[in-house]
Design a protein around this ligand. Structure first.
Ligand SMILES: CC(=O)N[C@H]1[C@@H](OP(=O)(O)OP(=O)(O)OC[C@H]2O[C@@H](n3ccc(=O)[nH]c3=O)[C@H](O)[C@@H]2O)O[C@H](CO)[C@@H](O)[C@@H]1O[C@H](C)C(=O)N[C@@H](C)C(=O)N[C@H](CCC(=O)O)C(=O)O
Ligand SMILES: Nc1ncnc2c1ncn2[C@@H]1O[C@H](COP(=O)(O)OP(=O)(O)OP(=O)(O)O)[C@@H](O)[C@H]1O
Ligand SMILES: N[C@H](CCC[C@H](N)C(=O)O)C(=O)O
Ligand SMILES: [Mg+2]
Length: 487
């Protein structure tokens, strides 16, 4: 594609050099530049892409997009106001506007995005569609699994994924839309059919100045949709968003349990491994039985039902798709090998998620509830004491341990959590090493107990001092149990 075609939709502040160049690749990372590349300089949180222009030229860049005054020879320099926004526009054009063809569904909210997207994918497949999926655990192009290092990829990576989906006869894509991605313009120029709001509770307040900024970031999704905006009316921020987007031409569909909603559930029955309810929509009703426990699972299922209802999918496919689900990796995932006591792996890493999952497990534990959890480093610090207090309130015993400390001193994080739990009567221990913490929990468990290992869910790594180590909660629990003769 010629550079001048890629520049067509940009507001250019300056151009030095030829725009007749053929561009064969585009990237925002100088280390990934190949011959005839366009290199886009992003001023980031850790470093600045403008510092790597010489590296990019050495690797074969023939043109650069900048937002600073750069004086450099041997390459075409295009100056714009905001290179992140420019990158999203270029990405959309370079990959020939894939979301104009792909039926794109975006799910945003503090918790439930991954769970809801997997449910939507199952229903779409049951109805005969070929959906792709983009999200925290991994990305899927049909049955091809692609590693995900972000919940929502950077615009250039996202549009490339969309294009690859179309090349593989994928007709729809359901994706998680994080607040970071909306704030950092990763989904700019994405043409969504449907947008979903699951809920909003404190998280990422290291990135968004206030909860209002956090909500306003999420709200951006509903200005990018054509068919429907689907909102959880039981969530207070959901009700505020409804008021604030009511004037948009995209119609709103609500879901909920406690408030009047277009899509709702009655007669909810929960067990350790399942939840069932009577689903009600304006056109049809029916019983749904899910092999995933938790009241919050009802909300995720209602969101998935609302999306597929809005897309005109028949009830029988909704029922079939949801009821064939066997569970979602790291989301209330029971480790089947344990018999006398249960071990459940969950991804809860926010106060609301931890409270939801503890309340759910409290509802079916026969004896003691033992919780093993920590909080990630280089993330929102304000949630640490809050989560400590929640763990102390709902657990019979808590073992506070490391999650992904990243660049932070692990004990500093554990002390902040301890500040919260010490405000409760809950018994607890602080054990920095996660494997030792899991071992302590396993050796403490009695018949009828449940051990909840929370915070990392599906993750197969642990980041300590910015070094990445292999660590999978489920594998470690089984390995320790076998070493201790508990299995
Ligand atoms: C805060 C944040 O989101 N940062 C993301 C952002 O980094 P950044 O813009 O700050 O980039 P930087 O590291 O400062 O580098 C600046 C620029 O220099 C370039 N560079 C750098 C070095 C070099 O040698 N050459 C070069 O060109 C980089 O490619 C980059 O374009 O862009 C990077 C490239 O896409 C991301 O990897 C990085 O994600 C970081 C690692 C991260 O942890 N993000 C998390 C917070 C995140 O995005 N989470 C959300 C929500 C998670 C959830 O709750 O589910 C998500 O969607 O994943
Ligand atoms: N609807 C919900 N409301 C509250 N908590 C939920 C809900 N759904 C799931 N959870 C809890 O939150 C955890 C994360 O769920 P999930 O991975 O679906 O959320 P997510 O929005 O994708 O999270 P992330 O932003 O980290 O990608 C689950 O392990 C569970 O403990
Ligand atoms: N994927 C999310 C959640 C990580 C959850 C927890 N394991 C942590 O490391 O904080 C993020 O990068 O913020
Ligand atoms: Mg997710």
């Amino acid at each position: 594609m010629l550079l001048k075609e890629l520049l067509r939709d940009l507001e250019i502040e300056g151009l030095k050099g030829s725009d007749e160049l053929s561009i064969e690749a585009t990237t925002y990372d100088s280390r990934k530049v190949v011959n005839n590349s366009l290199f886009i300089c992003i001023e980031g949180f850790k470093t600045d892409g403008h510092l790597y222009i010489k590296d990019a030229i050495k690797n074969g860049a023939v043109a650069v997009i900048v937002q600073k005054d750069i004086d450099i020879e041997g390459v075409t320099v295009v100056k714009v106001k905001n290179t992140r926004k420019a990158m999203a526009i270029i990405a959309n054009d370079f990959y020939h506007r894939p979301s104009g063809t792909l039926a794109l569904i975006g799910v945003t909210g503090t918790n439930g995005k991954t769970s809801t997207t997997y449910m939507i994918k199952k229903i779409l497949e049951a109805s005969g569609r070929k959906p792709g999926l983009i999200g925290t655990i991994s990305n899927w192009i049909g049955d091809e699994k692609i590693d995900a290092d972000r919940t929502t990829p950077e615009s250039l990576d996202l549009q490339k994924l969309f294009r690859k989906m179309l090349e593989n006869e994928i007709d729809s894509c359901v994706m998680e839309v994080s607040s970071h991605s909306l704030e950092l313009q990763r989904v700019e120029k994405c043409n969504f059919q449907v947008g979903v709001f699951t809920n909003l509770t404190p998280d990422h307040l290291d990135f968004h100045p206030t909860i209002i900024d956090y909500r306003n970031a999420k709200k951006k999704l509903f200005h990018k949709t054509e068919l429907y905006n689907i909102i959880n009316v039981d969530d207070e921020h959901g009700r505020i968003i409804i008021d604030e987007i009511n004037s948009l031409k995209t119609p709103i569909l609500t879901f909920g349990v406690n408030n009047k909603a277009d899509i709702s559930a009655k007669n909810i029955v929960m067990t350790m491994k399942t939840v069932s309810f009577d689903m009600i929509t304006p056109k049809y009703k029916g019983k749904i039985e899910l092999n995933i426990p938790g009241l919050f699972t009802v909300y995720n299922a209602l969101a998935a039902i609302a999306v597929t209802y809005a897309m005109g999918i028949e009830f029988k496919y909704i029922k079939e798709g949801l009821e064939c689900m066997k569970g979602i990796a790291g989301r209330l995932e029971a480790v089947e090998e344990f018999k006398d006591f249960a071990v459940i792996i969950d991804y809860a890493h926010t106060p609301d998620a931890l409270e939801n999952v503890l309340k759910s497990v409290r509802g079916f534990v026969e004896n003691k509830l033992i919780t093993v959890f920590g909080c990630g480093g280089d993330r929102d610090r304000s949630k640490r004491a809050v989560m400590g207090e929640i763990a102390g309130k709902y657990s019979d015993l808590t073992i506070i341990t490391s999650d992904n400390p990243r660049s932070e001193e692990p004990m500093q994080i554990l002390t902040m959590i301890e500040d919260g739990i010490s405000r409760t009567a809950g018994k607890y221990h602080v054990i920095k090493d996660r494997k030792e913490a899991i071992s302590f929990a396993l050796k403490s468990a009695q018949k009828g107990d449940i051990i909840l290992i929370a915070g990392k869910g599906h993750e197969t790594y642990q980041v300590i001092n910015n070094n990445v180590f292999e660590f999978d909660d489920k594998k470690v629990a089984l390995e320790v149990a076998r070493e201790e003769g508990l299995l």
